[in-house]
Design a protein. Structure first.
Length: 201
């Protein structure tokens, strides 16, 4: 995939953008940029597959609710992640036109992406890039959300069938909060990391 269009449109909207051929190259870059910081992680198969928690934990204090220190609950760690100096997440979809879409169940990720950090890094495999906003929203609802529901063993129609969003009213529904970034929030520093590999959902 050619990243020229999406890079141009992200930069026009005010994002910093870096692109890498491999996830390993991107991980090397992030490790070189993030030193002696508190770092929060949003739930992300992409970040996990890159081994970023272990790499960044060597020189930073990293908070991730899927890596619980002794005696802490997931929500306690989510709050620490949301208060960290640096925040890392992936996205559910990125439109070539520049819109960024995320869907959350608990809401920690969409809340934290929007406010409160010195810098936010959004790490995106090329499989998450779509032509426009409508297709990005469709991807987030009908590809990313069902796969994440299956991964988390949610009791929802999309987890059972894995094919699309059913707009369900299940108690275990994970599609509860949607974030659409038209541009970086004011007084924020965002960098989008584009990778020429398929990563995450």
């Amino acid at each position: 995939m050619d990243f020229t269009t999406v890079t141009t449109n992200l930069e026009k909207r005010g994002y910093g953008v870096k692109s890498f051929d491999t996830a390993e190259d991107a991980a090397d870059y992030l490790e070189s940029q993030i030193i002696d910081k508190t770092v929060g992680f949003g739930g992300s198969v992409t970040l996990e597959s890159m081994g970023l928690f272990d790499r960044l934990a060597l020189r930073n204090e990293v908070f991730y609710h899927n890596r619980l220190p002794g005696g802490q609950t997931p929500n306690e760690v989510r709050k620490e992640a949301n208060a960290a100096e640096i925040y890392l997440s992936s996205v559910n979809a990125l439109a070539e036109t520049g819109e960024i879409v995320n869907i959350d169940g608990v809401g920690n990720r969409v809340a934290s992406i929007s406010f409160g950090h010195e810098k936010v890094y959004l790490v995106v495999g090329e499989n998450k890039i779509t032509p426009d906003f409508d297709s990005a929203l469709w991807r987030a609802k009908n590809i990313a959300a069902p796969k994440n529901a299956q991964r988390l063993k949610a009791k929802t129609p999309c987890a059972a069938k894995g094919d699309k969003c059913y707009e369900c009213e299940s108690p275990g529904r994970l599609c509860r909060a949607v974030s659409i970034l038209w541009a970086p929030p004011l007084r924020s520093d965002f960098e989008v990391i584009l990778i020429h590999e398929e990563l995450g959902f």
